[in-house]
Design a protein around this ligand. Structure first.
Ligand code: UDP
Length: 366
């Protein structure tokens, strides 16, 4: 049985790392396609190396264009791969243009599609990711949901129950596996002279924040002001750097501990040891929750509503005053006062459940 996996962006490399391993351990043949959506080595190569992801069998080199240009070119190129490889499944991840392109190319060739991280919804149709998720879920044959909330979202949209499998969150598998490796191998705290629980970690990359000068300005200024109270460590996404430069906001980078994007092991180590995380990333919000680190999410809504439970994650409207207020409030709250007994993201074996389901579903239909 042959599976073509389509990946292209940083969070997909993390997810594919654990799923690829499980697929190969289950004795299935995997062909890995990298669309090239994230082409910066700090967002791509380092993940393949550190996470032992097999080298892509196809590298399509498609990135840097608009959503329409990228998606269109990817559909064309993935179609050619699928015609060549004739797989039994196409596996797509998350919510990027690569996810949607892989799905469209496959369904038109009548190749079954399985979607890892199905059922996530922000209910904000202005987010490109939301459109990618909804379309991918509705076109997929097998939907691997990370949580019960995701299952409910899919059922509410009329998706047939038989197509949905609650498997848990592959990012939880990854955080457990690579979190232990990070403890053994990462030296980032020493390198930066950081003491555990005495710094704030920040990431910003979502279009709604980076592409709006007011929102980006509010976030960067808040981080710079907070840095005077507690060190702020900020690995900067290339898109954020580019936009900040265009909006004349670059000066704020000098007022915090700015880094280039870090590899996954260093990132996990920085997350585990942070006093608080401020982010607009879906993955980072969850990793904060997995490691029980308080998080402030720089967005009006979140797909990962489970993380709000017990006060671990708190949403904040993006304005200078509100961000300062919410982060100061969260820093003042003793971590011990937050609840630990809620585990909504599965048993840490989601990738194995996925490989098993792909195999049994294939047997049942062939
Ligand atoms: N990440 C990383 N280095 C960084 C920033 C993030 O390894 O400098 C990891 C992070 O730990 C998480 C993933 O990248 O596993 C999240 O990706 P991103 O924030 O780009 O996307 P999202 O999760 O919002 O889709």
């Amino acid at each position: 049985m042959k599976v073509v996996s389509v990946v292209g962006a940083r969070p997909q490399f993390v997810k594919a790392a654990v799923v690829s391993r499980a697929i190969r351990e289950a004795g299935l043949l995997e062909v890995l396609v990298h669309t090239g959506q994230h082409y910066d080595p700090g967002l791509s190569e380092v993940f393949f190396r550190e996470l032992d992801i097999p080298s892509p069998d196809y590298h399509l080199g498609i990135g840097g264009g608009t959503h329409g240009e990228n998606t269109g070119r990817m559909i064309e190129a993935i179609e050619r791969v699928l015609l060549e490889e004739r797989p039994d499944w196409v596996l797509v991840y998350g919510d990027t243009d690569s996810t949607l392109a892989g799905t469209i190319a496959a369904v038109k060739l009548h190749i079954p599609v399985a979607h890892v991280e199905a059922g996530l919804r922000s209910f904000n149709r202005r987010m490109p990711e939301e459109i990618n998720r909804v379309l991918t879920d509705h076109a997929s044959d097998l939907l691997f949901a990370p949580s019960e909330t995701a299952v409910r979202n899919l059922l509410r949209e009329g998706i047939d129950e038989d197509r949905i499998k609650l498997v848990g969150d592959v990012m939880y598998d990854a955080a457990l596996y690579y979190g232990a490796k990070a403890e053994r191998e990462s030296r980032i705290l020493d390198r930066l002279g950081l003491k555990p629980k005495e710094y704030l970690l920040a990431t910003v990359h979502r279009a709604e924040n980076t592409d709006d000068p007011e929102r980006l300005g509010a976030i960067l200024e808040a981080l710079a002001l907070l840095h005077r109270e507690i060190p702020v460590v900020f690995p900067v996404h290339p898109r954020t750097r580019k936009r900040a430069r265009a909006f004349g906001l670059e000066r704020f980078f000098k007022e915090v501990l700015t880094l280039d994007p870090v590899g996954y092991l260093d990132m996990l180590m920085l997350e585990k040891n942070a006093r608080l995380i401020a982010t607009d990333s879906g993955g980072v919000q969850k990793e904060a929750f997995f490691f029980r680190v308080p998080c402030v999410t720089l967005r009006d809504e979140t797909e990962w509503v489970e993380t709000l439970h017990g006060g671990w994650n708190r949403l904040v409207m993006v304005s200078l005053g509100k961000i300062m207020e919410k982060i100061r409030e969260s820093l003042a709250l003793p971590v011990e006062s937050l609840e630990y007994r809620y585990h909504p993201f599965g048993d840490g074996q989601a990738a194995k459940h996925i490989a098993g389901a792909l195999r049994s579903q294939y047997r049942a239909t062939s």
